[in-house]
Design a protein around this ligand. Structure first.
Ligand code: NAD
Length: 543
């Protein structure tokens, strides 16, 4: 339905600095204290009702895994069935709600999130996902508010895309929501992605079943509270945590499944795609499949690169949030001429990096998300420690006695196809090779062909010709390509995010392209003076 007046112009929420002595720092510190001293009971939310179940999972602090933050209810297949039926019922009324009314709910949610819920969502993300205050702020408060505000604006732009109407008729396009619910499955690493996956289809008029990552239920529940308070009607987004695939069968076998909005690993997305393919005879429509998945993101330096900028990009790009960003730099290519100075600068910066409890604001690095992640990441480091063609030149220490801590780790290899140059690790491990300066183009080609992913990548060079060459050779290697900047930190409305190849369908989260996937367009032609007889002039006989 067309809005009859323009929606507010969106803006990026201003990121707070949390500097010592500031009111915002005191406020979040008080919230961290308060939330650390409570143990919550987090329910499911189905058809607007909070439901507590017997099957539960404890939310703990990854950096102090003995500390329980909440008992989180998990869904059963019977409850999943209720959620499916309720979502289909709720959709009918929701789809009829005029666009400005739906949009206002998400704009109000953005203001609530950045206002009275800001400390709560940030503290929940810090405590439950081990993010530093800055990483929590740019994610759970700012990026999610940006998603909500910009999506409203993009949805209006979509609705403004209209055909021409010659004399005697009026042609219009109606951007209907999909006729069914969208199954939204989110990862642990960004609270904002959890909030965006169900709300973008909902904004377009679909209902959604949201399965958050079990390790992020604690912060994701805050989002659900915000949406409820903003006026989201019951059943439009069903909050349905469950582990892995335990309730998926019920959801995938519903004829009303109209789409998948997924962010997570490539393997899980491939499984979803297969299951949908096999179930095609079940569905009333062709489900839209949207997924943003893994990455093996690179930093490629030319000999003309600025060493300090490059080293900073490696330290921030690879180790912020413990390397658990899909966009985190995890492989590097450095020219021989630059390496001695770069090594010195990297070691100088890394020697200042502190790791520990994120409630201590002097820590730059927290813990990885859980025991499974800890074991996997440690496995890659142990492999490098014994491999003949690699050397751990920084970090490598792992300790899970209190929390799942893994030191920022640099692995130098002589083998461009070394295991950790190719596979996604999703931890604070950066593997790199040093190449001969004159082999710039050949090494770019190796970088392009090394991994199955193509999410983010960065080139550092002050020589413009070198930038052009990298831009051309790496055209297919990244959906988000950075020149003289780290490959993380995409901002909604500024750098629409998504990768190609096995990094996903590249529908660019937080953009018009993504929202279009949740619309089923109806063309309406209205004629003012329709013909009253079937004949055409050419049917008359020659004179
Ligand atoms: P994951 O694939 O392990 O889990 C993602 C979600 O899928 C979780 O909610 C999980 O419970 C669920 N899941 C797993 N198996 C399932 C099944 N059989 N049925 C239903 N749900 C199932 O990923 P993760 O560890 O949470 O997140 C890390 C991954 O996400 C990395 O690969 C990372 O690159 C990717 N990621 C990508 C982007 C992007 O924009 N491309 C953004 C963030 C994270």
């Amino acid at each position: 339905m067309l809005p009859s007046y323009p929606v507010p112009v969106p803006y990026n929420e201003q990121v707070r600095a949390y500097a010592p002595g500031s009111a915002e720092r005191a406020s979040i510190q008080a919230k961290l204290k308060e939330m650390s001293s409570q143990v919550l009971d987090i329910p499911l939310l189905i058809n607007g009702e909070e439901i507590h179940t017997e099957q539960r999972r404890d939310a703990v602090m990854p950096h102090r895994h003995g500390h329980v933050l909440a008992h989180c209810s998990l869904a059963t297949p019977e409850l999943a069935q209720q959620a499916v039926e309720g979502a289909e019922k709720a959709r009918r009324l929701w789809a009829e709600m005029p666009f400005p009314a739906r949009a206002a709910i998400f704009l109000r949610a953005a203001d609530l999130l950045c206002g009275k819920y800001r400390d709560e969502v940030n503290a929940a993300t810090m405590l439950g996902q081990s993010k530093t205050v800055y990483q929590a702020e740019i994610d759970s408060a700012c990026e999610l508010a940006d998603f909500w505000r910009f999506n409203v604006y993009f949805a209006q732009q979509i609705q403004d895309m209209q055909p021409i109407s010659p004399a005697g008729m009026w042609n219009r396009l109606e951007y209907r929501g999909l006729e069914g619910f969208v199954f939204c499955v989110s990862p642990f690493n960004f609270t904002s992605i959890g909030g965006n996956l169900p709300t973008s289809p909902a904004l377009m008029g679909c209902s959604a079943i949201w399965k958050p990552a079990t390790t992020a239920i604690y912060s994701n529940w805050v989002i659900m509270k915000v949406l409820r308070e903003a006026g989201l009607p019951a059943g439009v987004i069903q909050f349905l945590p469950f582990p892995g695939g335990s309730c998926s069968d019920v959801i995938f076998s519903s004829p009303h499944l109209a789409g998948i909005h997924f962010t997570g690993s490539t393997g899980v997305f491939n499984d979803f795609w297969r299951i949908i393919g096999e179930g095609m005879d079940t569905y009333k429509s062709y489900p839209r499949i949207v997924g943003e998945t893994g990455g093996k993101d690179f930093i490629f330096a030319h000999s003309s690169a600025d060493v300090k900028q490059l080293a900073t990009a490696v330290v921030r790009g690879a180790f912020e949030y413990q390397g658990q960003k899909c966009s985190a730099a995890s492989r590097g290519y450095f020219p021989k001429s630059l390496w001695p100075a770069l090594k010195e600068e990297l070691f100088a910066q890394l020697s200042q990096v502190k790791m520990g409890d994120v409630a201590d604001f002097t820590n730059f690095v927290g813990a990885v998300i859980d025991k499974g992640a800890y074991r996997t990441i440690k496995g890659y480091i142990d492999h490098a420690k014994t491999a003949p063609d690699a050397e751990v030149i920084w970090g490598g220490g792992c300790d899970d006695s209190q929390g799942y801590f893994i030191e920022p780790t640099l692995i130098q290899t002589t083998n461009p196809h070394f295991k950790s140059m190719e596979e996604e690790i999703f931890g604070p491990v950066f593997t790199f090779m040093v190449y001969e300066d004159e082999q710039y183009e050949e090494t770019l080609r190796v970088a392009d062909a090394t991994s199955e992913y193509a999410l983010t990548g960065a080139v550092f060079a002050l020589d413009r010709q070198a930038v052009l060459v990298a831009d051309r050779i790496l055209k297919g290697a990244a959906g988000n390509f950075y020149i003289n900047d780290k490959p993380t930190g995409a901002v909604v409305g500024q750098q629409p995010f998504g990768g190609a190849r096995k990094s996903g369908t590249n529908d660019k989260a937080g953009s018009l392209f993504n929202l279009l996937r949740w619309a089923s367009v109806r063309t309406v032609k209205e004629t003012y003076a329709a013909p009253t007889h079937f004949t055409y002039p050419f049917l008359s006989p020659d004179i």
